[in-house]
Design a binder for this molecule. Structure first.
Ligand code: ADP
Ligand code: MG
Length: 333
């Protein structure tokens, strides 16, 4: 199968209805032509997934197709943008029809769910590598950014933390895991392989949240990005308030806290908002059909402090995290 046959057979699909007004020209020419509606800004993000580093070699092609688009969508969700179109740069060791069929199935399932269309890309032979660039639109000036947090604001997170990281540990058969029931295993694998980007929540938080990002590398590190972008602020997090599942609660301290706080692959939104906006945050979450949890406050003093519900420091948590606390902005209580 030649390169053009491959593109035609697997990747050239009719445009999604939601993408049609935005895409003037899709696959087949030297460039795609995209139109940003008046009064909107273009939000652009790229994420590359490399075999062995971002996914296990035995992941199903459908799961990979889903996830490589979902992680890009999650970046749009983080700024409150609406997805419109994406490009796909694909390096493949060989043109395996079964693999391509599965990959395209997962990719276009995710694309259809979010109304965005594949409008171009590049295809080459090489070690498996998938790079997507996504394009979204957001009303001008309303994007949620990392640099808008202020002291005394609340810190919120959507969904549950650490499920995907626990799924990865089960997939990799890390020793010392406490067994969970079959349903829970299905749940943590789904969290790892089919993350659900929080598009509706991001959109609903426009004008409500002061800063936001998606949690892709672990809550502590990612919250650190908001703190530094917002001028070197700090935060106090109540670890007893973190939204973690029973699957994580039964694990050892080391597994539980490293998954929940430094695990990565959550694709939940972490955001800040003034306390006066609590009701609006909850209304936005209800409208989006997503749970949100208030997990702490922003401090004027730099550094991250982990505490329990009474404000006391939590040496067992910091000990369990060990070296994972060694990122730039961490301060032990
Ligand atoms: P060019 O050589 O002009 O860069 P290519 O020959 O690489 O173009 O690609 C032909 C057309 O197919 C272009 O419109 C390109 O965007 C599209 N294309 C190539 N690979 C992919 C892919 N993996 N997914 C979607 N579109 C692709
Ligand atoms: Mg060309």
């Amino acid at each position: 199968m030649g390169e053009f046959d491959l593109i035609r057979r697997y990747f050239d699909r009719p445009l999604e209805a939601a993408a049609r007004p935005f895409v003037q020209l899709g696959i087949g020419d030297d460039c795609a032509l995209l139109q940003t509606p008046p009064g909107h800004e273009l939000a652009v993000s790229t994420d590359m997934l490399v075999a062995g580093r971002h996914f296990l070699p035995d992941v199903t092609p459908a799961a990979l197709g889903w996830k490589c688009l979902a992680v890009n969508l999650s970046d749009l969700a983080a700024v409150g943008a609406d997805p419109r179109a994406f490009t796909l740069a694909l390096a493949l060791p060989q043109a395996d029809p079964v693999w391509l069929d599965g990959f395209a199935h997962g990719l276009f399932e995710c694309a259809a769910q979010h109304g965005c269309s594949l409008v171009g890309g590049d295809t080459t032979r090489g070690p498996l590598n998938v790079c997507i660039t996504i394009f979204g639109t957001v009303p001008a000036g309303q994007a949620l950014r990392r640099d808008g947090a202020h002291p005394d604001e609340d810190v919120w997170v959507s969904g549950q933390l650490g499920e995907a990281a626990l799924g990865l540990r089960f997939r990799s058969q890390v020793p010392g895991l406490q067994p969970v029931d079959a349903e829970a295993v299905v749940h943590v694998f789904a969290a790892l392989e089919r993350p659900q980007p929080r598009m509706a929540l991001g959109r609903a938080l426009r004008g409500v949240a002061s800063a936001a990002l998606d949690v892709s590398d672990g809550l502590l590190g990612d919250l650190g990005h908001i703190l530094s972008a917002s001028g070197g602020l700090g935060a106090t997090l109540d670890v007893t308030a973190l939204p973690i599942s029973d699957n994580l609660r039964v694990q050892t301290d080391a597994v539980r806290w490293s998954c929940a706080l430094a695990g990565g692959d959550d694709y939940e939104l972490c955001f800040t908002a003034a306390p006066a906006r609590r009701a609006q945050v909850l209304a936005a979450a209800a409208a989006a059909g997503v749970t949100v949890t208030r997990i702490g406050q922003i401090d004027a003093a730099p550094g991250l402090r982990l505490v329990d519900g009474t404000g006391q420091s939590v040496p067992t948590v910091t000990a369990a995290l060990g070296a994972q606390l060694g990122y730039d902005h961490f301060a032990y209580p």
